[in-house]
Ligand binder design. Structure first.
Ligand SMILES: [Zn+2]
Length: 76
């Protein structure tokens, strides 16, 4: 049953990260880690900073529906 412990552990870490972000965390896009995931509210396209290897702020518009950054929600 080690997997349950592992899940609990990773959940705990995620909670701590969420809490940090909720408390204001680091909203400075210049030096934040590339861990953001953003979803287009129009078409549902996902921008994953880690996969893209660049911050969301470098995205000018959704490649699917062409909406600008304001059309995205951060989902993580
Ligand atoms: Zn879109």
């Amino acid at each position: 049953m080690a997997s349950i412990l592992e899940q609990l552990h990773s959940f705990h870490i995620q909670s701590a990260v969420d809490e940090l972000v909720e408390q204001g965390g680091n909203k400075n896009v210049e030096d934040h880690p590339l861990d953001g995931i953003y979803r287009c509210k129009i078409c549902g396209w996902i921008f994953n900073e880690k996969e893209q290897g660049k911050p969301f702020t470098t995205l000018s518009h959704c490649p699917i529906c062409n909406v600008g950054q304001q059309g995205f929600d951060r989902i993580n």
